[in-house]
Design a protein around this ligand. Structure first.
Ligand code: ADP
Length: 383
């Protein structure tokens, strides 16, 4: 059975083209073809469809085979081009091959055409296969590299979290063991202090675990948002009320209307505000102010936490909301897990809101997020 062949013929002589087609059929091909002999027609033929082979006359009145070759190669098409000529000098043949021709054939020796096409088609298919194989290999290598990177981040993260869990646990165990073994020898005030320390560290532990659980749920797409009326000012006050240590070191200011009520998940909203306030206190000097403000904007409320702390350089801000990322900032001793902000962003997004930061090194940071006033109902309708 004749093999189908899509052939573009660049030839001004209709007779020569017919001879060529006859030779193709004789060699066992069933050609579908287009004949062009001007640059503009060549471009549109190349753009219209793909070709198995291009056969170009070398000398034409309006256009030369060499020009045609240059145009084809400039389009970076992987299609073999066979040059045909009535007569061709060795020198011209070399020029054509250098310009990207696959072969050249004399018009009086058309018998060579069939085998030349067969060889070119075979070589092209091998080349395409090998290119596909190297692209696939490159993609696998990229995937492997990014998997290794994620794996390394996870290892670092596990190390960091274990360390962050162990530190409060050591304080808790130490305080409780002192109270148990020396409780009758030390004063009530010292006992109260030790229990207070243990309580504070237990709260730290509980925060780390809560963030870990939230991130695990978010990564598995299993964040279930409860919808209930939440008075934003009450949520802010309740969150600050539980931050006993931070309120001793920093001055908290609330700029929020007490009538803003939204439909949202109260526990999650308090977690977001808590994480932001905790960071604001961690990354700013004792004695400085931390402001929580709200603004109503259309169907949403904007909540912001502004500190007067170390700030974040613009080039690091993009990394802030990636999982397990802590920023390398000089002279910063604050410890952490790199969980707080990613959890905030996931919780905000699960409510249908957005979160971002504005910050200048040395001048402080303002983390802001929006929440739809009427809960997920309006978010689901939009998305
Ligand atoms: P953690 O504080 O536990 O390291 P986060 O996800 O809460 O993790 O924060 C990620 C990083 O972002 C922090 O390590 C810190 O470098 C930077 N960052 C967060 N909040 C602030 C802030 N208010 N001011 C300056 N840097 C901050």
């Amino acid at each position: 059975m004749a093999k189908p062949l899509r052939v573009l013929i660049i030839e001004d002589s209709e007779n020569d083209a017919l001879l060529l087609l006859r030779e193709l059929k004789r060699s066992g091909y069933d050609p579908t073809y287009e004949r062009v002999y001007a640059a503009a027609d060549l471009i549109s033929a190349l753009e219209k469809q793909s070709w198995d082979i291009i056969i170009a006359d070398f000398v034409m009145p309006q256009f030369s085979g060499l020009e045609a070759l240059k145009m084809i190669r400039s389009k970076e098409l992987d299609v073999p081009v066979i040059i045909m000529s009535g007569k061709i000098s060795d020198e011209t043949a070399v020029t054509a091959m250098k310009a990207g021709a696959s072969d050249y054939i004399m018009k009086d020796n058309l018998i060579r055409l069939g085998p030349a096409i067969e060889r070119e088609l075979y070589e092209t298919s091998m080349r395409i296969k090998s290119e596909k194989a190297s692209t696939a290999l490159r993609e696998r290598e990229d995937e492997l590299r990014s998997l290794k990177k994620v794996n390394q981040l996870k290892d670092e993260f596990i190390g960091l979290v274990s360390h962050e869990l162990r530190t409060p646990l050591t304080v808790i165990l130490g305080a409780l063991s002192t109270v148990m073994t020396e409780g009758d020898k030390i004063s009530r005030r010292e006992i109260k202090q030790l229990i207070g320390d243990a309580y504070f560290e237990a709260e730290n532990l509980s925060d780390i675990l809560a963030n870990l659980l939230e991130l695990a749920r978010a990564q598995a797409n299993r964040l279930q948002i409860t919808e209930e009326p939440v008075n934003i000012r009450d949520a802010i006050e309740a969150t600050i009320g539980r931050m006993t240590e931070q309120t001793k070191t920093h001055q908290f200011i609330i700029d929020c209307d007490d009538s803003i009520v939204i439909t949202a998940d109260r526990v999650r909203i308090q977690r977001i505000i808590h994480n932001l306030l905790d960071n604001a206190a961690k990354y700013s000097d004792p004695g400085t102010k931390i402001e929580v403000f709200t603004r109503l904007n259309g169907g949403e409320v904007l909540i912001g936490v502004k500190d007067m702390g170390i700030g974040i350089p613009a080039e690091l801000q993009g990394k802030l909301f990636e999982p397990f990322q802590r920023l390398e900032q000089p002279n910063i001793k604050a410890t952490g897990t790199g969980l707080g902000l990613i959890v905030c962003r996931r919780l905000v997004e699960a409510h249908g809101g957005r979160m971002w930061v504005e910050s200048q090194p040395g001048e402080g940071s303002t983390f802001q997020f929006t929440l739809p006033l009427s809960g997920l109902g309006s978010y689901r309708a939009k998305s």
